[in-house]
Ligand binder design. Structure first.
Ligand SMILES: Nc1ncnc2c1ncn2[C@@H]1O[C@H](COP(=O)(O)OP(=O)(O)OP(=O)(O)O)[C@@H](O)[C@H]1O
Length: 294
């Protein structure tokens, strides 16, 4: 019996052209193993509805063809089902795909599906919303909000928003409370990491694992501009957790109390969140396709 596999393509992800994707999928997928169905989303949130239908019909694999926002829409519908999430990364950041070592090249990512296996991974929940890569407040939420306001996507738009944002963003007073945790900090960045990076190989939580039943909580305190180049280098060298301006905690459940309600993000999708934010990890709640190990 062939594996029924659905591809849900977000035409709005990243900057590349999407018209040729169905042909590439048909040509690259092993026709002896898979029976594909390929659809495009029509509007924001449509991926969640489509994935729910495919999961209810018993599709074994549902592939998010997009970035972390698309992964979030689709994975949210297949948690705790027998369907497995696949990813073809065509977004701007692709944090979860990079964490899982999924090739950034579309052809290679399709080929990898032919030689993949399903594993269980954790996901997070922030005030009732699932997230799969990271969520947080502070500068990264600010950047996500500014990025979403623009009509253009892609890596260079992120770089532009980061540089202009450094000068206008103000740090927040935060209080984190959890099992054995009681920490007050003025946070420039506060990230709850299920996976290790924001995307684009910016490792805000280099030690985070999607299979340990816990999240890493990365707190970057206020820093002088002179420290910016070394922080940026360490972010990409997977060593930011060693920096003097960083504190890292690990927990399966935590509450954040902050002075003001305001910007927050889940998997890079910006929204407004209240003063009290509860974040927890759900262990082994999602099946995901990764390269076969043996
Ligand atoms: N058909 C559509 N039209 C408009 N927006 C859509 C459509 N389908 C999905 N979306 C929305 O597009 C947004 C961006 O998608 P996605 O996150 O995949 O790409 P990205 O932002 O370029 O990549 P990344 O999240 O990796 O940085 C998401 O908020 C998603 O809900």
């Amino acid at each position: 019996m062939k594996t029924r596999i659905a591809f849900i393509i977000n035409p709005n992800s990243g900057t590349g052209k999407k018209e040729s994707l169905p042909t590439m999928i048909q040509e690259g997928l092993d026709a002896k193993k898979f029976e594909p169905e390929i659809v495009f989303t029509q509007y924001r949130g449509h991926g969640t509805e489509l994935a729910k239908d495919f999961a209810a019909k018993g599709y074994e694999v549902i592939v998010a063809v997009g970035g972390d926002g698309t992964v979030n829409e689709i994975a949210s519908s297949i948690i705790h089902t027998n369907s497995t999430l696949g990813i073809i990364p065509i977004g701007s950041g692709n944090g979860l795909a990079r964490h899982l070592n999924i090739p950034m090249n579309v052809k290679k990512a399709i080929q990898q599906i032919n030689e993949s296996e399903s594993i269980l991974m954790d996901y997070g929940v922030v005030n009732g919303r699932p997230f799969f890569c990271t969520c947080g407040t502070g500068f990264d939420a600010y950047v996500s909000t500014e990025f979403a306001k623009g009509t253009k996507r892609g890596l260079m738009r992120y770089v532009e928003k980061i540089i202009t944002g450094y000068f206008s963003y103000k740090s927040q007073n935060c209080h984190l409370i959890g099992d054995g945790i009681d920490l007050k900090a003025k946070a420039f960045v506060l990230t709850f990491a299920n996976a290790s990076q924001w995307g684009n190989n910016a490792y805000i939580a280099p030690q985070a694992s999607v299979q340990d039943g816990k999240m890493d909580i990365s707190i970057m305190s206020n820093f002088p501009i002179i420290a910016l180049p070394s922080l940026a280098l360490q972010l990409f060298a997977k060593t930011i957790d060693k920096d003097l301006f960083m504190t890292t905690l690990r927990s399966d459940e935590i509450t954040l109390l902050r002075e003001e309600a305001g910007p927050f993000h889940y998997d890079g999708e910006p929204y407004e969140e209240g003063k009290e934010v509860h974040v927890k990890t759900v262990a082994d709640g999602l099946r995901v396709l990764v390269k076969k190990r043996f």
